[in-house]
Write a new protein. Sequence first.
Length: 410
Amino acid sequence: MKKKWFSLLLSTVCAAGLVTPWNTHLPTAEASSSSNWVPIWSDDFNGPNGSGVDTSKWNLETGNNNGWGNNELEYYTNRTNNSYMENGNLVIQALKENYQGSQYTSARLTTANKFNVKYGKIDIRAKVPYGKGIWPAAWMLGSDIGSNPWPASGEIDVMEYIGPPAPNTVYGTIHGPGYSGDKGLSAGYTIGEPFSNAFHSYTVEWEPGVIRWYVDGKLYHTRTPADVGDNTWAYDKPFFLLLNLAVGGNWPGYPDASTAFPQKLLVDYVHVFQREGGYNIVALKAGANGKYVTAEDYGRGALIARSDNVSTWERFELVDLGSNRVALRSMINGKYVSADNNGTSPLIANKTSIGTWETFELGTTADGKRTLKSLANNNYVTADNTGSSPLIANRSSVGGAWEAFEVVKQ
């Protein structure tokens, strides 16, 4: 949730369930891996009407925790007054009542210590409530928050809604070290009527080097490590899920006479998927000079073999296209490496989808190193001039070390 600081009351999160704003930004990166999404975890909330949440999957946090860093007013409880099943939906209900020193009660569910996931597609279908000072959210926190306090632990907001200030808009955001609170990297998605009028699907596709947000299947926001600059990209580790309905706060404001109670967030389902084939993250070490290929200047510069160490700039996803054909997606900006202009220009990570220029045939040398033959011009990629020149696909044959690369698994 935006504009928040998190209490260290959250216990250190173990990996027991591990399987394995205000800056706008337009979408830039499309699907990375060529493998399918497969389901790994879900809750369809089909329990008997009035029953509580499935505590094998969810925790119910309690308390006000000093307003959760946002000056919120609610006291979260584990009562079925505030969270229960109804007609195939989870209901998170905010009530106006005096309870434990607070004027409002509600519920906050987490999967901490029960389900943690590193990368995946998180798909949530929900109907948000509407009212001044009412703040529903579906989000994720880094599972190391107990030992690595927010914002360093990272946060991915799948959906937030603040009602009257922007009734037709929902928001997707990341928070991390150097870009948190009102400096979170965020975008809104607007439709022609209030989101509270109907159920909508809210989806995040979180993959190595890229996070994408969708509403009803429509992509509206993309972030990559290039967006955080010199700050840490905090999203290459396990996270857990949260669902909550806050009352009041710095961002949405506070209830007034126009705010009706009870307020209900209805959640039809939460589905989590992962790529069937996982991810093949590699670095390329040039035979020409023994240095790693880097997508310099956050991917804006041509690829060149001149790095002694591997960082995000030197990591690529090797996407298997079949028949020994591959594509390379840069981890720094989520874009595909292209042999631009039919291979006449140096290789650069600047394309959002895979075409002929972004496709390479993977070969093997006698000593076990790999070669890349561009389909743009059927020439081999070379680290010219003993690696001192940018990579370019301009060799008709493999002449030696300049065209050979070691593919180093990351």
